[in-house]
Write a new protein. Structure first.
Length: 284
């Protein structure tokens, strides 16, 4: 998770562009919406591919990500705007330089540890989207360059949209901080994440091992994940463009948690964690 931005991706994507042979049919993975429930959409991440629906209805959508790989993976959902297509996004990702403004990250479940799951709930409009994993390999290659990218079409809603579950805590992303509306207490918690900043941001939540700091975890992650992990990746909300929001549900235990944003800065390219978006919070 050293670089999560589209602009960090300059690697050739030719081998994976347009590859959709692993895409399942939408039917088994999309549950019909109940009166007041969100559409539940399940994706599985492996090293290095996604399995999940290619088409889902608009409305309140809960993405669930099951990490069946050996590395952390996330599911960044990008809306393709201004009449562009998935193919034009693939072409843009092959070019160096800043991300195109028409590729708008709208969140998605951030990375859980291998063997674990994460979730994210978002209100989706119809349109063309892509799902991508920007998490790097130990060698620093973004997973999307190894095949973790797929098109996702969001069709017209099939009924009235559900209302999001009430959030226990609202987390505001700013340049460069995470501001919580109230302390996080143990239990199953719904955390609403709102990006009201100028730049894109994410929140990756991790449970720190006893005696370990957020800087220990960052050093381990940036150093190629060598030795015992100083914490566990739990999930969170993947990159949100300005004005976007979403919420995730997580069971938190007493102890120290880390909040980290790996998105590269628009001005100097350093990950936002180097600008202060690496924070420890105490639960309990
Ligand atoms: Cu990945």
């Amino acid at each position: 998770m050293r670089s999560h931005s589209l602009c960090a991706v300059v690697l050739a994507l030719a081998p994976v562009a347009g590859c959709s042979s692993e895409r399942g049919t939408p039917t088994p993975e999309v549950q019909a919406p109940a009166a007041s429930a969100s559409n539940v959409v399940t994706f599985t991440a492996e090293d290095y591919s996604f399995k999940g629906p290619a088409e889902i209805p608009a409305g309140l959508t809960q993405f669930r990500l099951a990490n069946k790989g050996t590395e952390p993976h996330h599911l960044t959902v990008v809306r393709i705007e201004q009449g562009r297509t998935y193919d034009s996004l693939m072409a843009a990702l092959r070019r160096p330089g800043p991300p195109p403004a028409w590729a708008r990250p709208v969140g998605g479940p951030n990375a859980p540890d291998p063997g674990a799951e994460s979730n994210a709930e978002h209100m989706l409009e119809p349109g063309n989207y892509a799902v991508l994993c920007f998490v790097p390999t130990k060698e620093g290659v973004p997973h999307l360059a190894k095949g973790m990218v797929a098109p996702l079409k969001v069709t017209e809603a099939v009924g009235p949209s559900a209302t999001p579950r009430a959030a226990d805590v609202v987390m505001k992303l700013s340049d460069y901080d995470f501001e919580l509306s109230s302390p996080l207490t143990p239990g199953e918690r719904v955390i609403r994440v709102v990006n009201s900043a100028q730049q894109m941001h994410e929140v990756e939540l991790a449970k720190l091992s006893p005696g370990k700091s957020v800087q220990d975890l960052i050093a381990w992650e940036m150093g190629g994940r060598k030795g015992a992990a100083p914490g566990k990746w739990v999930g969170g909300i993947a990159t949100l463009a300005q004005g976007e929001q979403g919420q995730f549900t997580v069971a938190v235990e007493p102890g120290d948690y880390a909040l980290i944003c790996f998105v590269p800065d628009a001005k100097d390219g350093k990950p936002h964690l180097a600008h202060g978006m690496a924070k420890t919070i105490k639960v309990g």
